[in-house]
Ligand binder design. Structure first.
Ligand SMILES: CC(C)(COP(=O)(O)OP(=O)(O)OC[C@H]1O[C@@H](n2cnc3c(N)ncnc32)[C@H](O)[C@@H]1OP(=O)(O)O)[C@@H](O)C(=O)NCCC(=O)NCCS
Length: 158
């Protein structure tokens, strides 16, 4: 989505973020995320000047980006807004020398899994019955460095 407008959220976005979060089944404490030094709260609108329709919440911790929440208002879905937010958050983390991005997703959330797979996220671990309702979680990871994390030892290494 080339025409969309992406930016860091401000306190003025809190009401709209809560509306989107509620519609998406997410819980986002906007005030707390804005106050955290490592918090990264992004919002997106389909076009400049339009109402915010998507939100991404992440933490930049050590050399990782933790994507915590991602949601697009139901009426604005399948227009590339979530993908644009993920791309922007990944770009920023990579430019800050993060090594990887990690996230958890419900095993049955095929929409989110398809989105993350498009960016190259792969399932690193399955967490059985992780959620309160008994559903499994998938931990997904994307390495910014093309070398795998546990690559073969360098030549000459013990
Ligand atoms: C998952 C979610 C964030 C996707 O938002 P979106 O703005 O509609 O996503 P995009 O338009 O950027 O989609 C990008 C790609 O993701 C995949 N995708 C998105 N929605 C999909 C769906 N319903 N079914 C299958 N694939 C889907 C597709 O590959 C899509 O590319 P395409 O449209 O070219 O096929 C949105 O459905 C949502 O808010 N769901 C509820 C909250 C949620 O599950 N969040 C994720 C928690 S980890």
């Amino acid at each position: 989505m080339s025409a969309c407008e992406l930016r860091r959220a401000t306190a003025a976005d809190a009401g709209r973020i809560l509306e989107i979060a509620r519609a998406c089944g997410l819980v986002i404490d906007v005030e707390a995320e804005l106050a955290r030094p490592h918090g990264r709260l992004w919002v997106g609108a389909a076009r400049p000047g339009e109402e915010v329709a998507a939100v991404l919440s992440a933490w930049r911790v050590a050399d990782e980006l933790h994507v915590l929440d991602l949601g697009t208002a139901p009426g604005a879905r399948r227009r590339g807004l979530a993908a644009a937010l993920v791309a922007r958050a990944l770009e920023e983390a990579a430019s800050e020398a993060a090594a990887c991005a990690v996230l958890e997703v419900r095993a049955t959330n095929s929409a989110a899994r398809a989105l993350y797979a498009k960016f190259g996220f792969t399932v690193a671990r399955e967490r059985s019955r992780y959620y309160d309702d008994g559903e499994d979680a998938l931990e997904m990871v994307l390495w910014f460095d093309p070398r795998p994390p546990h690559s073969a030892p360098a030549e000459g290494a013990p």
